[in-house]
Write a protein that binds this ligand. Structure first.
Ligand SMILES: [Fe+2]
Ligand SMILES: [Fe+2]
Length: 130
């Protein structure tokens, strides 16, 4: 059973992964409009991966007796000028996500929730790739 604190932290992470998926979808669409087919394909795939990260959290929260909250999504920024802008924004975003994940891992240790701590290791590994 998840504690309320852990449940809230995991739901926070659901919102972050959903926002990531939405942000990369906006980037993908921008790249496609610029005729950058390869980059668009990469970003569409990345957007799908982020949605998968979100789903994994939703299922974990519900399986552990919590209640996953599906968040509203803000319209992501679309004022990109160059492809370098996009990849800089992407790296910036992923760095923030990594910090958030580390925060959840810290909380798991504080709360002695070793099951969630174990689950979160997948995200820690994933962020190394990102
Ligand atoms: Fe992610
Ligand atoms: Fe990511």
């Amino acid at each position: 059973m998840l504690s309320k604190k852990i449940e809230a932290a995991l739901n926070g992470q659901v919102a972050i992964e959903a926002a990531s998926s939405q942000a990369y979808l906006a980037m993908a669409s921008w790249a496609e409009n610029q005729g950058l087919g390869g980059t668009a394909a990469f970003l569409y795939r990345h957007s799908d991966e982020e949605r998968m990260h979100m789903l994994k959290l939703v299922k974990f929260i519900n399986e552990r007796g919590g209640r996953a909250i599906i968040p509203a999504l803000k319209q992501p920024g679309t004022s990109f000028k160059t492809i370098t802008d996009i990849f800089r924004a992407l790296l910036d975003h992923e760095t923030k996500v990594t910090n958030e994940i580390n925060g959840v891992v810290d909380l798991c240790l504080k709360e002695k929730d070793y099951t969630t701590h174990n689950f979160m290791q997948w995200y820690v590994r994933e962020q190394t790739e990102e």
